[in-house]
Design a binder for this molecule. Structure first.
Ligand code: HEM
Length: 328
């Protein structure tokens, strides 16, 4: 069994919570709290909420997805894969410590921002004395069937794996106590929407590597046409520019290994707009390799800044009605 909220299409609203464990908390306390969370939220995910905070709300489509940060296994005596380690720093990062890390992550998704907020209130009530909020961020996306657009106005998610087999292969850990779990890499990335908007459409398309209207790669006609990294113009230059984002990020440079990006747009303060980049993968080393390439060269770099970073090992799921607990 896998947790919901990973490979299913994203609903409209996200509330992401990164939490820290109160010093001295024992593993059994965390397991008890996870059981309380599961019992309180699981009926709501079936559209039958019974927590008082959710009274009268349509909770259909609600998911709560939980993972642990790199600091937790050592403190609770869990065995976790060695890949659970902080994401290394990259040149050009502008990370703010208060927007990074966390011992535990909860990704709450739903069709209604109020449902997400109230679900978070339930979790906060049930974790008093065990967890404190380190950072949190609401976001939104456009629910299917089309690929959602990001704040630059481009379809974002086209290059994700598409068949059930490819998706499973990209995300799920296949052995050990964390089998059916996955890694989540989180980056809070600000986007200079105003400056990007001043570029002529053709220049914007060259930055991303796809068409603004259809989402088709510059080397194709329809959204899901394969990206052709080798196609050339008559003058010998590549049709997909050497610094186009979807060339630099392309899976071909990683032997075809893919991640499932499930990002949400957010706004914060008076002038911050960005992408809460959420990507699931069975080895966070893939993120590090892709990001290393993007930092080296990516036409997007002039328009974005990474200000937050975290990695979590998402728990394996349990069957309907069973409570979540820490494996390992
Ligand atoms: C605000 C920052 C970002 C924006 C606006 C953005 C936007 C996009 C867009 C519009 C596409 C083309 C459509 C698609 O295939 O989804 C794309 C592709 C992609 N992006 Fe990003 N992206 C951002 C950051 C990142 C980061 C940090 C990574 C990973 C390190 C990443 C990895 C990818 C991958 C793997 C693809 C698909 C490439 C392929 O076709 O194989 N992106 N991105």
């Amino acid at each position: 069994m896998n947790q919901a909220g990973i490979t299913d299409p994203a609903p409209r609203s996200l509330l992401f919570l990164a939490l820290d464990l109160v010093d001295g908390t024992q593993r059994r306390t965390v397991d008890r709290m996870l059981a309380d969370w599961s019992r309180a939220i699981e009926p709501a995910t079936r559209g039958k909420p019974d927590a008082p905070e959710l009274t009268g709300l349509d909770t259909t489509g609600l998911t709560m997805t939980i993972g642990v940060g790199p600091g937790l296994p050592g403190r609770l005596g869990l065995t976790a894969p060695k890949e659970l380690a902080p994401i290394p720093p990259f040149p050009g990062d502008r990370l703010r410590p208060t927007l990074c890390g966390g011992d535990l992550a909860v990704q709450i998704c739903s069709n209604d921002p109020l449902v997400s907020l109230q679900a978070a209130q339930v979790l906060t009530r049930l974790s008093q004395g065990v967890l404190t909020i380190r950072w949190r961020l609401p976001g939104f996306t456009q629910p299917g069937p089309s690929t959602p657009r990001n704040a630059f106005g481009f379809k974002d998610g086209t290059g994700n794996p598409r068949t059930a087999a490819d998706i499973s292969d990209a995300v799920w850990i296949s052995e050990g106590p964390w089998r059916h779990g996955t890694f989540l890499v989180v980056r809070r990335i600000t986007m200079d929407v105003q400056r990007f908007a001043t570029l002529p459409a053709q220049r914007q398309e060259a930055v991303i590597g796809s068409r603004r209207d259809t989402g088709a790669p510059l080397t194709g006609h329809a959204e899901f046409d394969e990206v052709d990294l080798f196609a050339k113009n008559a003058d010998g230059t590549y049709v997909l520019p050497v610094d186009a984002h979807n060339r630099r990020a392309h899976a071909r440079f990683d032997g075809g290994r893919q991640m499932v990006r499930r990002g949400f747009t957010y706004t914060s303060g008076n002038d911050e707009t960005g992408l809460l980049f959420l990507a699931f993968m069975k080895d966070p080393g893939l993120f590090t390799r892709v990001q290393t390439r993007l930092v080296e060269q990516d036409a997007l770099n002039g328009f974005i800044q990474h200000i937050g970073s975290a990695v979590f090992l998402m728990l394996p799921g349990t069957g309907d009605g069973a409570v979540l607990r820490l494996p390992g």
